[in-house]
Write a protein that binds this ligand. Structure first.
Ligand code: FEO
Length: 395
């Protein structure tokens, strides 16, 4: 993709990754691809904010070349070490070996441990400034949003915030701005990004947004390092983050299960009907067949989860086990959770699922339900009641 001027003298020079379907070691499916955004600021001095994933280094360099010879870059702002934003650094630094890299102390350490480059690095802290000419860049450390090295860069002359991963979306498109794309897709991808990457960091995110609000700095544009730039209504995504970080939920339940011969699935379907009959919205997913990233996204604003599994070797089935491992890591505090499943001669799945999630901040509901072999008519009626009663626990 060619360079695009997003503000006078500021160019989006990043790349679209139309093909990527798995991110972060297959923990995140990217059905709409992604983009690695980088921003070139041309003033008396020239700064590049972030780079791109290594395989796209040449495309980044060509995009920069449309504006200036890369050798003219004076500063590279490294907001984040992760390779999707720093992978092109070694190639780029060959073309501008005298450029100074600016980032946090953790960034210095992390970049060195990734690339072992003999580069001129200046450590910056919150409040430090870099004068480019008419423009200034101000830095704001943002540790654990989402790595220890993370940092936001702000340009006060344009009220432009470049927060790297924060407020991003895995969404490949040749459109660059929020007012140019479908709002439902945009917000769904932003929510998916938050749910699958940032959910466990809610308290830190909340504090950081509050800190930024206390600084009283105007923000007219947010240019993240993935996806679309927010210019029409940056408050929209800030408010969405505040809501997600505060753990705001709706009266909704996600049921996620795995079934061996269909008995647990029969239970799940009747449980869902019971939930729905209580006036609560319900989504039902067979984890062996469904997109895990999508399920996690739907869980973010749900007040309750019901997990089901057939028993196999006195334990839960492998796909639900892998799914609960991810759920545990997301630390989804404050939601009600219940369990169900069928078994043959000895149970185990329900107990193992409870055990797996007992310490991750969920409220384990006293209700759970097990059925021997396939459920009969009475047991299906009990499944309906189980779903109906569980739904009534929601606040
Ligand atoms: Fe988009 Fe944390 O890297």
């Amino acid at each position: 993709m060619a360079a695009i001027e997003i503000l006078p003298g500021i160019y989006s020079v990043g790349v679209q990754d139309w093909k990527v379907r798995n991110f972060h070691g297959h923990t995140y499916t990217t059905q709409r691809g992604s983009s690695y955004n980088a921003y070139l600021i041309v003033d008396e001095k020239i700064a590049l904010v972030d780079t791109v994933y290594g395989p796209f280094a040449q495309e980044l360099i060509e995009n920069i070349r449309e504006i200036i010879p890369p050798g003219k870059i004076d500063y590279i702002i490294a907001n984040h070490v992760e390779t999707d934003h720093s992978g092109a650094l070694p190639s780029l630094m060959q073309l501008c070996p005298k450029a100074k890299i600016l980032g946090t102390a953790k960034c210095k350490e992390g970049l060195y441990k990734h690339y072992y480059g003999d580069w001129d690095f200046q450590v910056v802290k919150t409040g430090d400034e870099l004068k480019l000419g008419k423009r200034t860049l101000t830095f704001l450390e943002a540790p654990m949003i989402h790595w220890p090295d993370s940092m936001f860069t702000y340009c006060p002359q344009d009220c432009l915030l470049m927060p790297n991963d924060a407020f991003g979306q895995h969404y490949a498109t040749l459109k660059r701005f929020d007012d140019q794309v479908d709002q439902c897709i945009l917000m769904d991808e932003a929510e998916k990004y938050y749910a699958n990457i940032l959910w466990p960091l809610g308290a830190i995110i909340l504090k950081k947004i509050e800190d930024v609000q206390k600084l009283n700095i105007p923000i007219k544009m947010i240019a993240p390092s993935h996806g679309i730039i927010w210019r029409r209504d940056p408050e929209k995504i800030i408010n969405a983050y505040l809501s997600w970080a505060k753990g705001k939920t709706d009266k909704k339940i996600v049921i996620a299960y795995e079934t061996m011969w269909g008995a647990t699935e029969k239970m799940a379907r009747r449980i869902a009907e019971g939930v729905s009959a209580a006036g609560v919205e319900v989504k039902l997913y067979d984890v062996a067949e469904s997109d895990r990233t999508e399920i996690i996204t739907r869980m973010l604003t749900s007040q309750g989860f019901l997990f089901g599994s057939s028993t196999h070797d006195n334990d839960m089935l492998p796909n639900i086990a892998a799914f609960l491992e991810i759920v545990k890591g997301l630390k989804p505090k404050g939601r009600q959770v219940g369990f169900f499943g069928s078994y043959g001669w000895a149970g185990g799945a329900v107990k193992e699922m409870q055990e797996e999630l007992k310490d991750c901040g969920l409220e384990l509901n006293p209700l759970s339900m097990s059925v021997k072999y396939a459920p009969d008519k009475e047991e299906l009626k009990a499944c309906f009641e189980f779903g109906n009663q569980f739904a009534k626990f929601l606040k």
